[in-house]
Design a protein around this ligand. Structure first.
Ligand SMILES: C[S@@+](CC[C@H](N)C(=O)[O-])C[C@H]1O[C@@H](n2cnc3c(N)ncnc32)[C@H](O)[C@@H]1O
Length: 496
C-alpha cells in the first residue's frame, strides 16, 4: 500500500505523510514549493494541485510496463529522495533511498517519475515493503488524489443553482395562500395577531410558521414588535377586495397543480410527503412510528447520494472556515454519506470520526470513506439518534439534521448531544438560518417550505438554536458562514 496525504496544517512542515506498507514517513510539502517550474502554469498551483498533477503523471507512467521505476518523494538543495518500485514475479515492492541529484534542479511534476535510477541512488536501511501490484498502486494513487480533492472548494459558487431549484416553492406558497387559504381575506379592516390568524386558518404551529415566514419574506405581510400582522401596500393593492383588477385569478391558474395541492394537503395535515399508502415513506428522517424511506436500502442510497453533491461543495468550506485542529474524535450524527467527516479527516490527520446513521445509509459512508482513502480513520455506527446511546466525542456535528425535525425532536437531540460531550466538548450545528424575526431571507424561507414539505422540520433562526443550546448548558458562538446559505454555530459545554 502506498498512500501520500497532505495535512494542511498551515505550515509547510510535517504536512506530507508517505505511507509505504507498514512504514510511515512524515515530510514537508516545502519540496513542492521549491520545485523548479518549467511550465508557467504550475507556478500558480497550490500544493494539493501540484501533488495531484504529480499523481496524474505517475498514474499515466506506471502503466507503461517498466520492471523498475522511481517516484520522487522529497527534495533538498543537494539531494533528492526517491521510492524505488520493482516488480518481482507478480508483486510490486518498494524501498526508499536517496540520490545526489540536486533538488533545486528538478521539476517535481515533470521529472518526478524515472525509469532509470537517479544518480548515486542508495537504498535506505529499511525493509522492502510490498505495495501489491500495479493495479493496487494505481488504486492507492487514485485514493490519495481523492483525499486531496476533498480539500478543494468549488471554483464557482453553486448557491444560485440551489436558489433556482428551490424557487418553485414561491409559486406553491403564494398559490396556496391566495387561491386556497384566502389569507388576505382575514385582514379586512383589521390587523390580526399571529394567534388570531393561525386560528382563523386552522393551521398547526409548523405549517403556520412556514406560511407566515414565507409571506413575510415574499414582501406581502409584516409583523410589528407586538405580534400584530399587516398586509404590505403591494398585498393590499393586489389581493384585498378582489375585483376584476386583482391578480388573484392569475395566481389561481396554478391552484389545481399537483405541487400546489400537495403543499396544501401538507399544510392542513402537518404531515410530510411520502406517507400515503402507495408512497415509499418519508425521505431523510427516521423515528419510531413513521414509515421512513431511509430503511429501504435502494431509497436510502438514492436520498443519501442526492445530498452528497451539496456536501461535496460545502464540506471543504466548513472544514476550512471552522477548523478542528486539536480535536481527536468527531461524531457525525445523521452523517449520511460521511462527506463532512471525510473533509475534516482529509484536513486533519490526527482526527478520527464516527458517522452515526441508519443501517441502510451507512454502506454509502463506507464506500465514500474508501474512495477518499480515509477508511482507516472513519468508523460507522448504526443507531437511532433519538434512542440509542451516543458515543462520547470531543466534537459532535449535526449537519443539516435539525432542520428535518420539529421543535420537540430538535430540543431532544440537542440535549442528547450535549450530554454525550465531555467538559469543553463542542456541538456544531451546521445549517441554514432564518432571521431572528422570522421574516426571511427569502431563499431560506423557500427552503424552509421545501423542508416542511419533505420532512417533519423547517428552517430555524440563530435565536431558536441558541435558546436550545443554552438550555443544554452550551455556550454558543457563531454562526460562521460556510456555503449555499449555510453556517455553523458552535456550542461549547461549560464545565460545572
Ligand atoms: C438531511 S440528511 C443530512 C446528511 C448529512 N449530515 C449532510 O449534511 O449531508 C439527514 C440524515 O439523518 C439521518 N437520520 C434521520 N433520522 C435518523 C435517526 N433517527 N437516527 C440516525 N440517523 C437518522 C438520515 O438517514 C440522513 O442521513
Amino acid at each position: 500500500m502506498l498512500r501520500i496525504t497532505f495535512d494542511d496544517n498551515g505550515t509547510s512542515h510535517n504536512d506530507l505523510t508517505v505511507q509505504v506498507g507498514n512504514s510511515i514517513n512524515v515530510g514537508d510539502s516545502y519540496y513542492l514549493t521549491l520545485s523548479r517550474v518549467d511550465s508557467g502554469q504550475s507556478e500558480e498551483l497550490s500544493i494539493p494541485q501540484k501533488l495531484s498533477s504529480l499523481f496524474d503523471r505517475w498514474l499515466r507512467r506506471v502503466d507503461e510496463g517498466h520492471k523498475e521505476f522511481y517516484l520522487l518523494l522529497d527534495i533538498s538543495d543537494e539531494s533528492t529522495t526517491w521510492l524505488k518500485c520493482s516488480q518481482e514475479e507478480n508483486a510490486l515492492f518498494a524501498i526508499p533511498g536517496w540520490s545526489t541529484l540536486e533538488g533545486h534542479s528538478v521539476d517535481v511534476i515533470r521529472e518526478g517519475f524515472r525509469t532509470v535510477p537517479p544518480p548515486d541512488f542508495q537504498e535506505f536501511e529499511s525493509p522492502n515493503e510490498i505495495i501489491g501490484s500495479i493495479d493496487e498502486l494505481k488504486d492507492d494513487l487514485l485514493r490519495s488524489q481523492a483525499q486531496l480533492a476533498a480539500l478543494k472548494q468549488p471554483e464557482h459558487d453553486p448557491t444560485i443553482l440551489f436558489e433556482h431549484f428551490r424557487g418553485t416553492y414561491s409559486t406553491q406558497l403564494l398559490t396556496v395562500a391566495v387561491a386556497h387559504l384566502n389569507v388576505f381575506d382575514h385582514f379586512n379592516g383589521i390587523r390580526p395577531t399571529r394567534g388570531f390568524l393561525q386560528s382563523q386558518l386552522q393551521l398547526q404551529d409548523r405549517p403556520f410558521h412556514v406560511l407566515l415566514t414565507g409571506l413575510k419574506a415574499l414582501g406581502l405581510l409584516t409583523e410589528d414588535s407586538l405580534g400584530q400582522l399587516d398586509m404590505t401596500a403591494t398585498a393590499r393593492e393586489h389581493f384585498q377586495h378582489q375585483d376584476s383588477t386583482g391578480i388573484a385569478d392569475y395566481i389561481g391558474l396554478a391552484a389545481e397543480t399537483s405541487e400546489v395541492l400537495g403543499l396544501l394537503e401538507r399544510m392542513k395535515t402537518n404531515r410530510p410527503a411520502g406517507l400515503a399508502t402507495d408512497e415509499n415513506g418519508v425521505a431523510f428522517i427516521y423515528r419510531d412510528g413513521i414509515h421512513s424511506a431511509m430503511e429501504e436500502s435502494e431509497l436510502a442510497r438514492y436520498f443519501t447520494m442526492s445530498l452528497a453533491g451539496r456536501a461535496r461543495n460545502v464540506a471543504p468550506v466548513l472544514a476550512d472556515q471552522f477548523r478542528l485542529d486539536d480535536a481527536k474524535l468527531l461524531l457525525d450524527v445523521g452523517g449520511g454519506s460521511g462527506i463532512y467527516s471525510i473533509c475534516y479527516l482529509a484536513r486533519n490527520h490526527n482526527l478520527r470520526a464516527i458517522v452515526l446513521d441508519r443501517p441502510e445509509v451507512l454502506p454509502v459512508a463506507v464506500e465514500c470513506a474508501r474512495h477518499y482513502g480515509v477508511e482507516d480513520r472513519l468508523e460507522v455506527r448504526s443507531a437511532d439518534m433519538f434512542k440509542d446511546p451516543l458515543p462520547t466525542a470531543d466534537v459532535i456535528l449535526l449537519s443539516n439534521v435539525l432542520h428535518d425535525w420539529d421543535v420537540p425532536e430538535c430540543t431532544r437531540l440537542v440535549n442528547r448531544c450535549a450530554q454525550a460531550l465531555p467538559a469543553d466538548g463542542r456541538l456544531l450545528i451546521h445549517d441554514v438560518f432564518l432571521n431572528d424575526d422570522l421574516s426571511g431571507p427569502l431563499p431560506i424561507a423557500l427552503y424552509s417550505t421545501a423542508l416542511f414539505s419533505m420532512t417533519e422540520g423547517r428552517a430555524y433562526s440563530v435565536q431558536e438554536y441558541t435558546q436550545w443550546m443554552s438550555a443544554a448548558d452550551l455556550t454558543v458562538t457563531g454562526p460562521t458562514p460556510t456555503l449555499i446559505h449555510c453556517g455553523v454555530l458552535c456550542g461549547q459545554k461549560t464545565m460545572n
